[in-house]
Write a new protein. Structure first.
Length: 491
């Protein structure tokens, strides 16, 4: 794929443009996002699916602006897809031909199961999941995919969308019970295999609900991607939204630009969750657009990134590790120390992989300046460490990057995110091991170290001088009483 790739997604409600920048083979990040609520499907479902003039004109103007942005960013590859509103429209050729003739843009109309596949590719690669059912509620359809053991097993599309429901029922003041009956009938067509404890919410409706829950629950991390919540706890809130008057939605933390279809979307989402037996929702900040990008990037089924190639961690290093210094013995030191002190971490390998990610990102703060490099690194990780990590993992890495040898972990940051972090003693040990790893690596990146832990004494032997490390280790904050002995061994 080109270094910069543009994806355009034309849905029933919104048209979106995203630009991805490749930083390396498996590293990439978002550099631009534009959105317009074109409502191309407005009035269509009341006219046998036929696109109306006003919706088509809004969509044309939005796409015209997108093409302008693409040219300004010198994008090398453009992929445009359209979903249910165009898919269902008998007069879609009129619109598509105009876009091709006047804007030079080819639009690929994707069917529902393909739309579901794109959402699943994005979720499967960019969320910390191996099992679950993706649910992408659009204006005209709800597209779903079943994921098991990290593989996309099955996809399905329901003719069930927010705009469709609005025009068929809500605009006509229909009883909620009648709408539920309609939804239930459609859900009967969903394969019985679609049953899982975790639902993965994709699209505008589920993100709007997640934003509102974050706000009302005073959740400490303002980040949608990988945000999880318990369905049983939030169901009364969903019911309140479904039955609320438009004027009351603001008090329920729903933004004004979502008032027109949030009740319909929440009702669809609630009924699907109940039907598939889900217990929790994980919100996805990625969807069709990222799925389209990844499918073209990865080219062949199963459209999966290689194991241990996290795109966020890779992209952060590509962009912010400006020193590009060889990591030398850093990884080996980190792994050896982690294993030695595993008893202090509940004899668990729970943090082993995360600890390696932490160590790999240790130099990113220097992109701004070596002064306050720990603070800079922490901020970068908090903002950019998105794909494939839980909120707990994102926060823990950010906290530990802010550690200092003399101080240990940053106490104010720990208090701010305490509900997402492991016990304080675990954090103390991880901060200590992280600082000790960096001290030894900075002393010599090609030294061969030998470690031994016996009766409260850590012995460190090196084939290089340990002169610079000695003073730093003497001042190192330890989680508990621990003696550290250093020695240089020739040969």
């Amino acid at each position: 794929m080109g270094k910069r790739t543009a994806i355009i997604d034309i849905g029933s409600n919104s048209a979106r443009l995203v630009l991805f920048q490749n930083t390396s083979q498996f590293g990439f990040h978002l550099i631009c996002e534009q959105k317009s609520r074109v409502r191309i499907g407005e009035g269509a479902y009341a006219h046998q699916g036929k696109l109306q003039k006003i919706g088509m004109e809004r969509a044309f103007r939005a796409l015209e602006s997108f093409v302008q942005t693409i040219e300004e960013f010198k994008v090398t590859k453009v992929i445009a897809v359209a979903t249910s509103a165009l898919r269902d429209a008998p007069n879609k050729k009129l619109f598509i031909d105009r876009i091709a003739d006047e804007l030079g843009l080819h639009i690929d109309i994707i069917h529902g199961k393909e739309e579901a596949l794109y959402g699943a590719i994005a979720a499967n690669n960019l969320l910390p999941i191996t099992e679950g059912i993706t649910i992408d509620i659009g204006g005209g359809s709800s597209d779903m995919a079943l994921i098991k053991e990290g593989k996309i097993i099955e996809t399905f599309s329901l003719d069930l969308g927010t705009v469709r429901l609005k025009e068929l029922f809500f605009d006509k003041q229909a009883e909620i019970s009648a709408v539920k009956t309609y939804i239930t009938t459609i859900l009967q067509g969903l394969p019985k295999s679609f049953h899982a404890p975790t639902a993965i919410g994709i699209g505008g409706t589920t993100r709007t609900l997640a934003k509102a829950i974050i706000q009302k629950e005073h959740y400490p991390l303002n980040k949608l991607h990988a945000f999880c919540y318990d369905i049983q706890i939030q169901d009364p809130y969903f019911q309140e939204i479904i039955h609320a008057k438009t004027s009351h939605l603001k008090t329920l933390h729903i933004k004004a630009n979502r008032h027109d279809t949030i009740r319909e979307g929440t009702l669809i989402f609630s009924e699907i969750l109940n039907h598939i037996g889900a217990k929790q929702v994980m919100t996805s900040g990625v969807g069709v657009r990222e799925g389209v990008y990844l499918r073209h990037k990865l080219r062949n089924p199963p459209y999966a990134l290689p194991e241990n190639n996290n795109p966020s961690a890779r992209s952060i290093r590509d962009r912010f590790d400006i020193l590009s210094m060889p990591h030398g013995n850093k990884k080996e030191i980190a792994q050896t120390l982690y294993t030695l002190f595993s008893t202090k971490l509940d004899r668990s390998n729970k943090y082993s992989s995360l600890f390696q990610t932490l160590v790999a990102l240790s130099d990113i703060g220097k992109v701004l300046t070596v002064y306050h490099k720990d603070r800079h690194a922490s901020y970068i990780a908090m903002q950019e460490l998105n794909y494939g990590f839980t909120h707990e993992e994102m926060v823990l890495v950010s906290l530990l990057l802010y550690s200092k040898p003399k101080r240990g972990y940053h106490k104010a940051l720990y208090q701010q995110y305490k509900m997402l972090l492991p016990p304080k003693n675990t954090v103390k040990w991880l901060a200590f091991l992280y600082s000790l790893t960096l001290i030894l690596h900075q002393n010599s990146s090609n030294a061969k170290y030998r470690f031994d832990l016996q009766k409260g004494t850590l012995s460190i032997a090196s084939d290089k001088t340990l002169y610079l490390a000695t003073e730093a280790i003497e001042e190192l904050k330890k989680p508990e009483k621990l003696k550290i002995e250093l020695s240089q061994q020739k040969g």
